[in-house]
Design a protein around this ligand. Structure first.
Ligand code: ZN
Length: 720
């Protein structure tokens, strides 16, 4: 297969800063892969790989994986684990199904009833239903609910609080609307749903209803399913409200693995877990939420809080009154990760891990099994290489994670289980939603941003040209937009890092399985996906019929994503020298520091802490990064030592004692925001201390950050 046309390739080689290295590429050479001594041999391998991922097979995988609802811990989930394990074995991977026992709920009884005003009735939640969908009536579909909500009863007047952000609650306070003891109704979007629950709990609400407003993902955006891809009136977004910004995974085992043999004494009581919300929270469709909102009195809401339902939104409280009755069936349940390994020929202790979750709220055609189907075709391609006698230099580990939806449980428990092995890992590559449309996007640590761009220059796009061409084109009209991660919203505290503004690669916050690898263990990570108009997220309508009609009818984007994902794995596993760029990393840190310093000056005035040492540290790291890049380009005869330093530099950015109040999170540069959830907070210790207005903690955290930067600097400078 022809990988890339010569002229386009030549242009991109010049444009790329990691790629050209000390060779001048000739147009006829094809893609030069930056960190390989024998580029031609690697190109041969990649060419063979690229020919394998097959749209028809991806379609067959997706059809099988999504034939039944397969929520984590169910027999149908186990069946998908066996299907994936079978495919891993066919490809020649050393395969195991790994079980963990984790604490989470299924719904037993979920009732939301309107009890006032007189004459208005609503008994929800109603089952999801549209005129024509082949999957909607399966009796195994559970009523819509929020995982990690406690059981509980609440009956109170209702208050509307927009997206449920701290600013929204502040606004209500200014309007003299008291939320204490009330049931708060908020809409999905802008922030992680667990943040909505967390803020409502902090402000004293008795319960929370989260509904999907048609303005955010329904008819206001376009035709609703089945006519179009947007959310229909009865569509509900399920989802976990666990406080994953405290720590993800099993709520009873922060930092340790929930193996079936783990003694109970090592677990914390669920009631003591910082991850578990204290007030009842449940989701509704807009069909069910509409009568509640329509019967709110009090002042009209601020105009930007107005959704797309056909009446003026008021904030309440009351006269609409709601009674919530939630009975949750909490148990320790078995979940099943599927792990497939290919031992490395020369560096078996350096793992390259690639994972995707397999469990779904219902059928999960887009989320996550578009990713699983792609992953299986990437594995298929790598399997063909194995059969031809190829062996990777590093060990490749594929992970099919379970119970991601409840709280990143399968990946977190496995990561905690293998912390020792992962101390030497070269990278973690995540894919959650592989395809909901045609727009490629990526997030990564800055050291791997150029690595992703380089790979997309090698993979053809179904739109013609390369994935990189399509990516760049799609980014031209919409400045600054990056990975359209479902629900991530627009209140990220930092713009998508824009050193390369044509094709911005975003920062890793949370909301998918890279969290344990990057933020707990310091493994350089990436996350990729191809997204589009997708209003059926976490509903029964995210099924094969939707996908075939709106997602990727010919499975060509599935093929594209299998190729991009597989190339990430191949290049990282075979690279003579690890392709990290610490110069880019330090440049981004300088941007973060500059922004934080200005924010601190605004907040603290003359008393603002001195950022000089941290900024100096980042500048020196940038110089050291540039120097080691020269050495990476020369490809030392024995690269083991330079590779060890390159790996250790990322680990040096871990804070041994963790972030203040959430010690599971160790990374000095990235964490999920406590008040955003999905969106990354960069240099989180510092930024969150400033946001709290805590001067002493800001000073401490600036010093902690400077120390981390200096550790990374020393590691890189040790290499001569
Ligand atoms: Zn997902």
């Amino acid at each position: 297969m022809k990988i890339l046309s010569g002229a386009a390739l030549f242009f991109f080689l010049i444009a790329s800063n990691l790629q050209a290295f000390d060779r001048t590429p000739k147009e006829s050479e094809g893609p030069v892969i930056s960190v390989f001594r024998d580029v031609a041999a690697e190109q041969e391998i990649e060419k063979k790989f690229m020919a394998v991922p097959d749209p028809k097979l991806a379609e067959a995988h997706l059809r099988t994986l999504t034939q039944a609802p397969h929520i984590a811990g169910s027999p149908e989930d186990k069946a998908t684990a066996e299907y994936v394990a079978g495919k891993f074995r066919e490809a020649g991977l050393d395969t195991q199904i790994v079980e963990y026992k984790v604490w989470f709920n299924y719904p037993s009884e979920i009732h939301v009833d309107m009890t006032a005003p007189a004459g208005v009735e609503m008994h929800g939640p109603h089952p999801e239903h549209v005129d024509d969908d082949p999957f909607q009536d399966d009796p195994r579909i559970k009523p819509a609910y929020n995982a990690m909500s406690p059981s509980g009863d609440a009956e109170a007047d209702v208050v509307y609080a927009n997206y449920g952000s701290p600013e929204d609650f502040d606004k209500l306070k200014q309007m003299n609307v008291d939320v204490r003891g009330k049931i708060v109704i908020v809409r999905y979007g802008q922030n992680f749903r667990g943040v909505k629950a967390f803020v409502a709990q902090e402000r004293g609400a008795a319960g929370v209803i989260i509904y999907s407003d048609p303005k955010d993902d329904g008819y206001y955006r376009g035709d609703a399913y089945p006519k179009g891809p947007w959310r229909p009136a009865s569509g509900v977004q399920r989802g976990s409200i666990g406080y994953m910004f405290q720590f993800p995974g099993d709520p009873t085992t922060p930092g340790i693995a929930s193996t079936p043999s783990l003694p109970d004494a090592k677990r914390i009581a669920p009631a003591d877990s910082a991850q578990l919300p204290k007030i009842p929270v449940t989701p509704l469709s807009y069909a069910d939420a509409s009568p509640i909102l329509e019967h709110l009195g009090g002042p009209p809401s601020p105009r930007e809080w107005q959704g797309a339902l056909p009446f003026t939104y008021h904030v309440g409280p009351g006269p609409a009154k709601v009674k919530m009755h939630l009975e949750q069936d909490y148990q320790f349940r078995s979940i099943w990760d599927v792990i497939g390994k290919i031992p490395g020929a020369s560096s078996p202790n350096e793992w390259v891990v690639a994972g995707n979750h397999r469990d779904a709220w219902v059928y999960g055609a887009v989320d996550p099994n578009s990713g699983t189907a792609s992953l299986l075709e990437a594995v298929h391609g790598i399997g063909e290489l194995l059969k031809s006698g190829w062996k990777p230099k590093r060990t490749i580990v594929f992970g099919s994670w379970d119970a991601e939806e409840e709280g990143l449980m399968g990946s977190t428990e496995w990561g905690e289980d293998h912390a020792q092995d992962l101390a030497n890992a070269a990278a973690y590559f995540n894919m959650d939603v592989a395809v909901s449309g045609k727009r490629f996007g990526a997030s990564a640590v800055p050291s791997l941003k150029e690595f992703i761009r380089e790979i997309t220059r090698t993979v053809p796009s179904p739109q013609g040209g390369t994935v990189f061409d399509a990516w760049k084109k799609a980014n031209q009209p919409r400045e600054g937009s990056s990975h359209a991660q479902e629900n991530s919203g627009s209140n990220s505290r930092m713009p998508a890092s824009g050193l390369h503004t044509d094709v911005p690669v975003g920062d890793l916050g949370s909301g998918s399985d890279y969290t344990v690898f990057l933020q707990h263990l310091g493994v350089p990570s990436t996350d990729i996906g191809s997204t589009g108009d997708y209003g059926v997220y976490h509903s029964a309508f995210d099924n094969f019929a939707w996908f075939k009609k709106f997602g990727d009818p010919d499975f060509l984007y599935e093929q594209q994503m299998a190729r991009v994902y597989g190339l990430e794995v191949l290049r990282m596993a075979d690279a003579d020298v690890l392709p990290y760029n610490y110069e880019d990393y330090a440049k981004e840190m300088l941007v973060y520091l500059d922004t934080a310093r200005s924010k601190a000056q605004e907040k603290f005035g003359d008393k603002a802490p001195d950022f000089a040492a941290a900024i100096e540290g980042a500048r020196h790291l940038q110089e050291a990064g540039a120097k080691i890049l020269q050495k990476q380009r020369k490809i030392p005869q024995n690269p083991a030592q330079i590779n060890a330093k390159l790996r250790d530099a990322e680990r040096a950015l871990l804070i041994p004692e963790g972030l203040p109040n959430r010690p599971w999170y160790h990374h000095a540069i990235y964490a999920p925001g406590q008040y955003t959830g999905y969106a990354a907070v960069v240099i989180p210790g510092v930024n969150e201390a400033i946001d709290r207005g805590d001067l002493r903690r800001t000073e401490e955290q600036v010093a902690v950050l400077a120390a981390a930067l200096n550790r990374a600097l020393i590691v890189l400078e040790q290499y001569r």
